[in-house]
Design a protein around this ligand. Sequence first.
Ligand code: HEC
Ligand code: HEC
Length: 288
Amino acid sequence: MPGIMRLLVRAACSNAKPYRLPAHGSGFGYTKLFVRAQTPDALQEESMACAGPIKHSLGMLFFALAAVILSGPATADTATAGKTIATSGAPGVVACATCHGAQGEGMAAAGFPYLAGQGVAYLTLQLQDFAKGERHNPIMEPIAKALDPAQIAAVAAYFSQLPKPFDAEALSAHSPTYPDKDAVGAWVANRGDWDNNIPACTQCHGPGGIGVGNAFPGLAGLPAKYITEQLTAWQQEKRAPGPLSLMGDIASRMSDVQITAVADYFSGLPESVKSGAAAPAPVSQGAK
Ligand code: HEC
Ligand code: HEC
């Protein structure tokens, strides 16, 4: 379900439960977010359940309007303009495909992240942060600075509508409730480390780390080195802390061992789920 649609559904849905982070610790304060990690199917169910109370005719009008907004020609034109920049570049801008791949699938060997299927709000914010010098990278800062706001909107729209470079359905079906506790990466990813006030990554990034909505990027299949660098950049305050400072705070609580383990876990997840190696482990004794 496209992002705007989901937002509309959620806005109309009185059942939407806020995801709350605890108030203790220095950073979170009383953070309240309308976030839940969900599979596409669960989202579908949620929207159906939420749509129930809306009067039928009103509901139909609501969805019809949303569909019109979504299929409007402006969106298509924007994405087309974005495709031109992505594949051919623009004055002073190297084609994004050179490094991020012809389908936005990234270049894992070089450590270049995929952009395909990441949320439009997320991609826009990153380009704005690079342009403002609030997220540091010697390659991306000059590229983002050379893009004007319309070009940023166009490339973000283009990459967000490309298919994700992994099997999202298989990954989202993979959400072990009790992974092996000795497997630090799997544990932190799926259970968190509440002694240190670290929520499970999948709470916001979705089961299997496939990403949720517009602002919570997919982590599955990102290069391990890239994930490690991002978490370290937040610890060192070299990357803008993002919405509500969520990642800045979480990263600051993570140990080096946890960072490396969780980066390896998400990076390898698409392959290990494909090969069956990451099948849910049996419930282990003493899991908390
Ligand atoms: C010469 C290689 C290169 C080119 C060309 C390039 N990028 Fe990048 N891009 C990178 C690297 C490297 C990173 C990782 C930066 C970091 O570590 O913070 C990146 C990161 C990004 C990110 C952040 C991704 C995330 O998951 O947070 C976005 C968005 C992005 N690039 C968009 C673009 C767009 C749009 C273009 C074309 C206009 C482009 N890039 C062209 C190398 C490149
Ligand atoms: C409370 C919600 C929340 C939780 C829990 C969470 N994240 Fe995030 N994460 C975010 C948001 C929001 C962003 C986007 C930040 C931005 O816009 O710069 C993000 C971005 C990221 C990115 C950047 C991806 C990219 O493409 O550059 C990484 C890496 C990441 N998170 C790792 C983790 C890990 C590892 C965990 C678990 C230890 C975790 N996150 C838990 C909200 C969360």
